[in-house]
Design a protein around this ligand. Sequence first.
Ligand code: SF4
Length: 450
Amino acid sequence: MSCLKREVALPSAIGANGLDFNAALDMLPRAEGIRPGGSDTDMQPRVPVPTPREAKNGGRVKHANVPPAGVYLPNNNRLTPNMRSPEYVQLSTAAAITLGIMPGKMHGCSCTRCLNLLLTYPEGCRANCAYCGLARHREADRDYADRNFIRVDWPAVPMAEIVAKVARDGVNTPFHRMCISMITHPNSDADTVTVLKQWTDRIDPATVPVSILSNPTTMTRGDVQTLYELGAEIFTVALDAATPEIFDRTRGKGVQSPHSWAKYWEIMEAARDIFGPQKFGAHIIVGMGETEHDTLALVQRLVDIGGHSHMFCFFPEKGSLMDHLPATPRDQWRRVQIARYLIDYRGVRVEHMRFDEAGRVSDFGIPKSELDAVIDQGLAFRTSGCPGKFREDLSACDRPYGDSPPSNIASYPFQPRPADLRKIRHQLGMEKPGEAYEEGEEIEVDAAGP
Ligand code: SF4
């Protein structure tokens, strides 16, 4: 395996087992001493600490029963109130800043174009996905509404207040899209319907289209149909894992979580039939032990049935069962970003690409001049997701720093600047002659005011 190691690597470019990518399980040397299920070299989730009885099922919050009063900012030295959807929802820090509910600034961007909402209950999500900050095992240390999710806090706000604010802005709203994230909870299906109705009663979906980030485990085909008829425009399934084995290990039986690959595909296929081409898709997390070829074969499968893929770079979310594992090395991530962009928007097929013995992209299947143009355009490196109003291949959902810190950006929530593109080329090992990247130069660009 020594041929897979880089001679020189950025500190952030070291993946599992010292490789320059987070390798598939069967690629790893099975040296003596690597403990199955406990090693930090094979992208295995850790074992959770047991949850005290009184903390189970939102016990602490329900016992204290503090009545909610307006906006709740997480981790703010207040007892977590007893908040519950559909009256309450949580929203991303970026959406809260954009709505004026929270003070703050985001590196490189003045607002987000997607209003991401998350259903909330004291019992929280009943699933236990290993990479997720909302997972059930966190009952042991943190009340649901105080949990970090994709690296940020999610303030809780009365849904009526959000609707009133966006309705007041009318066509001048900064948002290009609203998205309801369901979680695994017995009330989630019904409450998603209520939240969607509350929105469409006041806000024209032509002004702010709605996406659903679904929870297939509790859903039927009839539920998908209902959401379509109520005006949702795009339906997505957070498949997250690129293969059935990784799915099972990170969000199925491997972590005592209720999800199954087959059920997720059943609901995705229902969405294909009901929402139609280009109006459904799947989330995929890159770097959880799959090969680049695994991910891109899945991207191709989604395109072939008429859908899209929305990608995240694996980041060890604090408090999650994978918080001890390495983030996806940037070279792996950049290759997959480019290849996914080519398959989703440029008609290139995975069969046109070539892969090395470790499943890494070695040839993108297009001439170098075209590849250079795609890299220089920068769109491939921006956050992927449901489109906004600017162009089909530019996501409204920019999730600022949801999969990386601003100091080492994975998905760019803004158009990469020349210094960012030099950094990206450096990460890919594809620097242009005479345009070498100097460590930290993109930070200086920002400090000077781009
Ligand atoms: S179902 Fe979604 S919210 Fe719940 S633990 Fe899994 S990834 Fe997190």
